[in-house]
Design a protein around this ligand. Sequence first.
Ligand code: SAH
Length: 256
Amino acid sequence: MNENPIYFIGAGPGDVELITVKGRRLLDEADCIIYAGSLVNKELMDGCKAELYDSAGMDLDEIIEVITDRHAKGEKIVRLHTGDPSIYGAIREQMQRLDSFDIEYYVVPGVTSAAGAAASLKAELTLPEVSQTVIITRQEGRTPVPEPERLRTLASHQATMMIFLSVSMIDKVTDELIEGGYPESTPVVVVEKATWKDEKIVRGTVADIGDKVRKQDIRKTAMICVGKVFAVGQIQAESKLYDRTFSHGTRLARNS
Ligand code: SAH
């Protein structure tokens, strides 16, 4: 069963250099690549010898059919997902089908667009004394969100939030955030196409980001980044890790 496994690979957020070395090698070696065409940067497949399938127009049965047919011929198959496959990747359903065919598979992680957006913003998502928690979530749309995880409930923590799949519902998002407890002045940054050449960054607050996003006509492929960690140039707190008066496993405190 271990022979010729299928690889689910994280393509990263856009920039073609943000795929892992392992992912890059497996793409180059593949005979068949099924990629999530709505979000994956197609330049990643430039020069690949593989036959390409865009999964954007395929349903689960069709995807599995391509994988099983090609696998039966002994081909090397890559399923390429945007960002990191574990986040809104719809990989589990594919894996369950492969289990039923006794086909082995592995996952190669990728740089999630949440990390891509944070890098573009040069932001630290977990600032001491500001927020030590990052919530990855989405606004409920056609895909339901379990009741205890509704945005307004999560908002009560006032932690850092990276909201996926929701920019088309920005007003609903900000209403929920305010109802849930974020002050209207809380910074919100929307990063469209993080790490792509045509990346766009829109900065605002919970109160005004909706209008700004509409003016910029941002409707998809965007991360809504919420929280005080995104305030520009206003935060004083520094970490204990590099504090000279703080001892830890690899360094003794020096008196200041
Ligand atoms: N597995 C992916 C997420 C897939 S869901 C990951 O780890 O990034 C698709 C959503 O991801 C989009 O609606 C958007 O919210 C976000 N997204 C994907 N690529 C993005 C990018 N380059 N910039 C900003 N957001 C992105």
